[in-house]
Write a new protein. Sequence first.
Length: 107
Amino acid sequence: MSNTKRILLVCGMGMSSGFLATSARKAAKKEGKDYKIEARSETEAIQFLPSIDGLLVGPHYASKMDKFRKEAEPLNVPVELIPDDIYGSLNGEKLIQLISDQLLEEG
């Protein structure tokens, strides 16, 4: 059985988070992390909750964090807000660090 961790990034239309997901996938591969990182729009995110290990939310959805956490809680899916600096710079390395240290607490 695979130990792949499935991480979902959420933003408005999935565009900017798509670029961040690509950057993070490259960084994860470089670091030898078995993460499957995908980006979806906010409306799609909820339906993916049963099949993911962690949810990262774009900074412009900070006001909806309670909603995401409430939806994710029964499924034991951790939810974190992506900091502005990581999101704005599309920094895949820092996102992988956030996933490891805070979202999945592997670090």
